[in-house]
Design a binder for this molecule. Structure first.
Ligand code: ARG
Length: 566
């Protein structure tokens, strides 16, 4: 495909030996509006070289360029040189490329041979999988897809919270009051009840606390009874979580959770010891991080049991060994910023330069319109319920608007779930946001259903027009402002995917496909696409086809489906 920016680099480079290509590339800007050109090159920095006023430099340079087939106009404006791309070339090269690559348009091999781990979701066993978990799950899944699309060798890991002292409590509680049959009917709620009751009674009863500690230690020592109970709790919890992953169409390459590292921690503690990083404090062991403005990180408790931090360090070591990652990414809420900063620092202090490749990708909080979420106050909103409600609401809307639609159930699922995912990925991840049903399920404006609907609309347009991909197209026929705008956005799609990867921000893709859908609908409303003029119709349908293709790819990178009809 043509790369207009590189053409600009080349033109400038051929006239100014003093600047390196790299520097030129960095200086090139995109003007605020298209009537100022597609690219602009500021000449301020050349004043020293040419010893002339910038406007004069711009003028002289433009005069020296001569004609160029990629740009219909190159003009000097003040201290800038503005480049206007040749629209015909833009349209032809972009559309041909999409026709050729189809759902691989925008993909690349820049990640070839590089292993990237994306750790995401990671809920805690025996606890509700609630709306608060949606962010890590959806953002992580999208990043995983984006990295994969760009040729990286990706691994998705669900670092299940399946270990820790709370399992001592659960085992004790189960032994006292538990009933397998009752629990299996409604695992998470029943386990949560046990957990809450245990905590409450333990407030007044030191013995209970000791008991819980005892059972956690037994678990670490691989006591058969403890191990069996723990396995069972893990399994029934995971069955519950899998219903959510099925709805979202998410699978993980690995479910190695915290427990997986239980036998890998002694080596970490030994190494910390050897490197003189461990300090004793009242029988417990910690790493002092005062120098780095962080509180001390607890590595081992007085009773010998290990902690969340220890397990994360052990997990990072294991991953380096097993995967030899290029990047090891953690999609985890910003509440855990300090935790990640601390343990990654510790790995660095241990002398492992790959610590810098462990990257925490934080995100802000999600709350509901009627207040924040809190597990402790018992006002938990289950993620599964949210997803099912979205499907129900969508089913009603379809019943209302398009009752004859085939496979309504499947479409209701694709659109309902898609709506939730889309809203989730619409903003910069670090922003807190309030979940809104109205916004999520709207078929208007910047929503998932709107984009999916545009995709389905194009599909029926192509069917009605008997679109044939293999026919020759006269691209010169596409020249209205609406058509050119669409081509520009399609041209920029591959760059957007790379931006998303580099900044770990799926929302660039989300916004971009909304813009494409909006540009298409402007075109749709102002133009007769299936016109009498056969050549013109072919050209316009080709444009529509390329829009449909790119929207579908964009949606898939977000983890969404693109129904053909809705
Ligand atoms: N299970 C933890 C929680 O729900 C998240 C785990 C994040 N990942 C990690 N490697 N620490 O808060």
């Amino acid at each position: 495909m043509l790369n207009f920016k590189e053409e600009v680099v080349e033109i400038i480079n051929s006239k100014i030996e003093e600047l390196e290509e790299k520097e030129i590339r960095k200086l090139i800007e995109v003007p605020p509006s298209y009537d100022m050109g597609d690219f602009a090159f500021p000449v301020f920095s050349l004043a020293k070289i040419f010893r002339k006023a910038p406007p004069q430099i711009a003028e002289d340079l433009v005069g020296s360029f001569g004609d160029n087939e990629y740009f219909e106009k190159i003009e000097a404006k003040g201290a800038y040189i503005n480049f206007f791309v040749d629209k015909e070339k833009l349209i032809e090269s972009t559309l041909e490329e999409i026709k050729d690559k189809k759902d691989r348009y925008g993909s690349s091999d820049i990640g070839e041979g590089k292993k990237v781990i994306v750790e995401f979701s990671s809920p805690n066993i025996a606890k509700p999988f609630h709306i608060g978990h949606i962010r890590t799950t959806v953002i992580g899944n999208s990043l995983y897809k984006i990295f994969t699309f760009l040729g990286f060798d990706t691994v998705s890991i669900n670092h299940l919270g399946d270990y820790g002292t709370q399992f001592g409590m659960l085992i004790s509680a189960f032994k006292k009051w538990g009933d397998r049959e009752v629990i299996e009917k409604d695992p998470i709620n029943e386990l949560l009840k046990l957990y809450v009751r245990f905590n409450k009674e333990a407030e007044e009863d030191e013995d209970l606390k000791d008991e819980a500690r005892y059972w956690f230690r037994e678990l670490e020592n691989k006591n058969e009874e403890a191990l069996e109970l723990w396995k069972w709790i893990r399994e029934i919890s995971l069955n519950e979580f899998n219903r959510v992953y099925d709805l979202l169409n998410i699978e993980f390459d690995s479910y190695a959770g915290e427990s997986f590292y239980s036998d890998k921690m002694p080596a970490v503690i030994d190494e910390l010891n050897e490197k003189k990083l461990l300090e004793e404090s009242e029988g417990a062991y910690l790493v002092d991080l005062e120098e780095y403005d962080m509180p001390p990180a607890l590595i081992m408790k007085k009773d010998g049991s290990t902690l969340y931090t220890t397990r994360d360090i052990a997990a990072a070591f294991y991953r380096k060994e097993k995967y030899d990652f290029y990047k090891n990414i953690y999609v985890v809420a910003s509440q855990q910023n300090l935790h990640f900063k601390a343990w990654i620092k510790i790995v660095e202090l241990m002398g492992h330069e790959w610590a810098k490749d462990c990257i925490h990708i934080p995100f802000g909080m999600v709350s509901l319109e009627d207040g924040t979420l809190s597990t402790r106050r018992g006002r938990v909103v289950y993620l599964e319920d949210v997803l099912n409600k979205a499907i129900d609401n969508t089913r009603k809307i379809i019943e209302d608007r398009n009752p004859d639609l085939e496979n309504k159930e499947e479409v209701a699922k694709q659109v309902g779930i898609g709506a939730v995912i889309f809203q989730e990925l619409f903003n910069q991840r670090i922003k807190d946001y309030v979940f809104s049903w109205d916004r999520t399920l709207s078929f208007e404006g910047e929503t998932g259903p709107y984009v999916q609907y545009t995709h389905a609309r194009i599909n029926s347009l192509l069917e009605r027009g008997n679109f044939d991909l293999d026919e020759e197209v006269d691209y010169k026929l596409l020249k209205t402002e609406e058509e050119i705008n669409i081509a520009r956005l399609l041209y920029e799609f591959p760059r957007t995917v790379i931006d998303s990867m580099e900044k770990y921000e799926p929302f660039f893709v989300t916004r971009h496909i909304v813009e494409i859908a909006q540009a298409f609908n402007r075109f749709y409303n102002s133009t007769t696409i299936n016109t009498e003029d056969k050549e013109l119709k072919k050209a316009r349908l080709t444009l529509a086809f390329t829009v449909k293709t790119v929207i579908k790819t964009g949606l898939s990178l977000l983890g969404m489906e693109a129904p053909e009809r809705m």
